[in-house]
Design a protein around this ligand. Structure first.
Ligand SMILES: Cc1ncc(C[n+]2csc(CCOP(=O)(O)OP(=O)(O)O)c2C)c(N)n1
Length: 284
């Protein structure tokens, strides 16, 4: 097997494990945003398992790349990827949603190793990321800042304030990845406040742009290996994704924004995500 094929197989395996973690911990806790987490799994896996310069043994290493999950409600995906990348034991994920857990329904900096910013109030991540990217320039550091945005956040003026600021300061160490799943909490993004023509908007704001299939590892790898796309410009990747990706009955169904699977739905989801044996499928 070639090195590239080994990497693709590894990403596929990690992503399947992450999706299983998400379904399991949300079902067990009886709360969480399942569709939003499932749509950004592949993006996070490619980042953490291949692209980012991070060291799980030194989560506060000064030179590390920084990721901000601006769509903080998708945090179960981030928790699982961080665990599987070695920031903390995978078993700890089972405390999600329990009293005293470090894993809240939105991520907390200072509680969970690897979480750079507390998010959940949508629309703040890009401005925070721009500030961190500017700090890197001022300090002559070469770390990169990656902000994962939802498409719903791109209806918010604060996102575009961050975009203007980043262009003005030539923050080519800043990359936004938009999880363009086409849905928000109560319907289709385009039916609520249209953001199209989307790529053109980013270009008008002076950003260098690419569009990818946000579930295709080769496209994600190839694109992320090219950042920054243009020297002196911030980069944005519009990643076309499917909300609820990986579980057929959750895909593109707005009800799965924050619905919790029943026991039957849990079993079905785990079967679709590739059970290892029967006992595991039926054990929440
Ligand atoms: C400022 C703010 N307003 C409202 C909410 C409540 N809320 C949680 S998720 C969500 C919408 C989710 O849609 P989108 O942002 O497109 O993300 P997706 O779940 O599709 O990834 C909203 C409005 C919030 N978290 N923050």
């Amino acid at each position: 097997m070639s090195k590239q094929n080994r990497l693709l197989a590894r990403l596929e395996k990690e992503a399947r494990n992450v999706r299983r973690d998400i379904v399991r911990i949300i079902t067990r806790a009886g709360e969480g945003h399942i569709g939003p987490a499932l749509s950004c799994v592949d993006i996070l896996c490619v980042l953490y398992f291949e692209i980012l310069r991070v060291d799980p043994n030194q989560p506060n290493w000064e030179e590390r790349d920084r990721v901000i999950l601006s769509k903080g409600h998708g945090c179960t995906a981030l928790y699982s990827v961080l665990a599987r990348r070695g920031f903390f034991p995978v078993e700890e994920l089972s405390t999600y949603g329990k009293t005293g857990t470090i894993f809240g329904g939105h991520p907390d900096r200072g509680m969970v190793y690897g979480v750079e910013v507390s998010t959940g109030s949508l629309g703040h991540g890009l401005s925070l990321g721009a500030g961190m990217a500017l700090a890197a320039k001022v300090d002559h550091k070469d770390y990169r800042v990656i902000v994962i945005l939802s498409d719903g956040e791109c209806q918010e003026g604060s996102t575009w304030e961050g975009a203007m600021f980043a262009r003005m300061h030539k923050l080519d160490n800043l990359t936004a990845i938009v999880d363009r799943n086409g849905f928000q909490a109560i319907g289709r993004t385009e039916d609520i406040v249209s953001i199209e023509p989307f790529r053109e908007k980013w270009e008008a704001f002076g950003w260098s742009t690419r569009e990818v299939n946000g579930h295709n590892y080769e496209e994600l790898l190839d694109t992320l290996n090219q950042i920054p796309f243009k020297k002196g410009l911030p980069s944005v990747i519009i990643a076309h994704t499917v909300k609820g990706k990986g579980v057929s009955f959750m895909e593109n169904k707005e009800i799965w924004h924050a619905k919790v699977p029943s026991d039957e739905e849990f079993k079905q989801a785990m079967l679709e995500l590739g059970k290892r044996d029967n006992s595991e499928v039926y054990e929440k």
